[in-house]
Design a protein around this ligand. Structure first.
Ligand code: C2E
Ligand code: MG
Ligand code: MG
Ligand code: MG
Length: 292
């Protein structure tokens, strides 16, 4: 009887496995079709220079606009793209579009682009990126590649070589989500980065937690000491902005300034007089912007 029960359980397990695989197949096909059809596009979130509160760049954030109008976030498809290897095609498509969009911006506006951890194991990554840049006509100096800390753990040597190649070509390298990964400080000393992005989790809660604010201050101080500019992610309130500016944080990003928007809206943001007003410290402008 125990044996039979065991067989039954095994059959149930088999069935659920098969179901899982079918679901995955279906999802993979949907993702592949979306990439081919160009339904996954970069949206753009402004990055602000905290010395004058002006836009100095945009971070490209992938958005999947489904046929039914629902917009899917990268957290829901990037992992599958990584597992299936579709990330290669997706990156190719997203970066191509992003470079074309960036070509319509003023020459001093940077494009920040996220690269998946596993892509740092691809020795051809540098070549692929440079080829896309040159096809679009975007100078490497206008591209910033963002890498999360976890990215570097598997094979630090390969990662270091790829990052070195990119930097030699003139591309900026930013360490994303700083403070959340493993051995952050080891990475800072073993690999060279041009920018540190302080994770949103430290920034968004520091208003109510004195401790968080001290951590952010310490990271900003680390950046100043290493002569590496810092970007604070997830700025949502004028108080947070004031505090970060006071600490000497270099750049800021967050809903206070704006969420990720389609390319056409990003272009409007660049020409909008609202952003000039922000420089004079009128927080009302940012609030209006956020409410839109
Ligand atoms: P990330 O690079 O750290 O991007 C920041 C995330 O925080 C974005 O989420 C952004 O929409 C969100 N965010 C920005 N400001 C605020 C704020 O003030 N408050 C709150 N609550 N959230 C804010 P998103 O777009 O869902 O992206 C999630 C992650 O997916 C990104 O984290 C990045 O690691 C990854 N990702 C996005 N686009 C791509 C891509 O094209 N390729 C790859 N490989 N990864 C991507
Ligand atoms: Mg990022
Ligand atoms: Mg981040
Ligand atoms: Mg992240």
């Amino acid at each position: 009887a125990a044996k039979a029960a065991g067989r039954g359980a095994l059959r149930a397990f088999d069935n659920s496995m098969r179901e899982q695989m079918l679901l995955r197949d279906r999802d993979e096909r949907a993702l592949r079709d979306a990439i081919t059809a160009g339904r996954i596009k970069p949206f753009y979130q402004p990055i602000i220079d905290l010395s004058d509160n002006r836009i100095c760049g945009f971070e490209a954030l992938a958005r999947w606009e489904r046929e039914d109008g629902i917009v899917v976030s990268p957290g829901d498809f990037i992992p599958l793209a990584e597992e299936t290897g579709l990330i290669l095609e997706l990156t190719e498509s997203l970066l191509t579009t992003a470079c074309q969009d960036a070509m319509t911006w003023p020459g001093d506006i940077l494009l920040s682009f996220n690269i998946s951890p596993i892509q740092l194991q691809d020795p051809l990554l540098g070549v692929r990126i440079l080829r896309i840049l040159s096809a679009a006509g975007l100078p490497p100096s206008r591209l910033e590649i963002e890498i999360t800390e976890t990215a570097l753990i598997q094979d630090v040597r390969t990662a270091a070589t790829i990052l070195g190649d990119l930097r030699t070509a003139g591309i900026t390298i930013a360490l994303d989500d700083f403070g959340t990964g493993y051995s952050s400080l080891a990475h800072l000393s073993n690999l060279s980065f041009d920018k540190i992005k302080i994770d949103r989790s430290f920034v968004s809660s520091f208003q109510d937690q004195e401790r968080q604010e001290k951590i952010v201050k310490a990271i900003v101080g680390l950046g100043i000491g290493l002569d590496v500019p810092t970007t604070a992610e997830g700025i949502e309130t004028a108080n947070q902005l004031a505090s970060l500016t006071g600490m000497g944080c270099t750049y800021g990003q967050g809903y206070l300034f704006g969420r990720a928007v389609p390319a056409a809206e990003a272009a409007i943001m660049l020409s909008s007089p609202h952003w000039q007003d922000l420089a004079s410290g009128q927080d009302t402008t940012a609030t209006t912007r956020r409410a839109q």
